[in-house]
Design a protein around this ligand. Structure first.
Ligand code: HEC
Length: 100
């Protein structure tokens, strides 16, 4: 019984994992200095980004491109500078943002 409880707990932690992992990635890569999940800061909220690309099959690639190369003119006047340090995490970050 103990083993079963432990296994269930482990499964629950694994299921909750990706969201936490990606929020941690956004913190690690300092995205959070310009973005928040659900309020506009210097950049659009991650939920606004997800809503804008809803139903777009190419969205993940576009977001990866924006992270690597920067973005301007999509949400307003303020451009986003390229985030080369986040390159290794760009795919995970894009998936997470689109899941919001
Ligand atoms: C210096 C501030 C700043 C930082 C740091 C920053 N962003 Fe941005 N981001 C912006 C701004 C401003 C925009 C809106 C650009 C536009 O209008 O095209 C934006 C737009 C975006 C978009 C939308 C692209 C699109 O085509 O819809 C994504 C995705 C994004 N940022 C992800 C990230 C991630 C992930 C990080 C961290 C690795 C990050 N940003 C770091 C300011 C920033």
């Amino acid at each position: 019984m103990k083993a079963l409880t432990a296994a269930l707990t482990a499964a629950a932690i694994l299921c909750a994992g990706p969201a936490f992992a990606s929020e941690a990635l956004a913190k690690k890569n300092l995205c959070v200095s310009c973005h928040a999940v659900d309020k506009k800061m210097m950049g659009p909220s991650f939920k606004e980004i997800a809503a804008k690309h809803k139903g777009d099959k190419g969205a993940e690639a576009k977001l990866i491109n924006a992270i690597n190369k920067g973005s301007k003119g999509v949400y307003g006047q303020i451009p986003m500078p390229p985030q080369p340090k986040a390159a290794a995490d760009a795919a995970a970050l894009s998936k997470w943002i689109l899941s919001l």
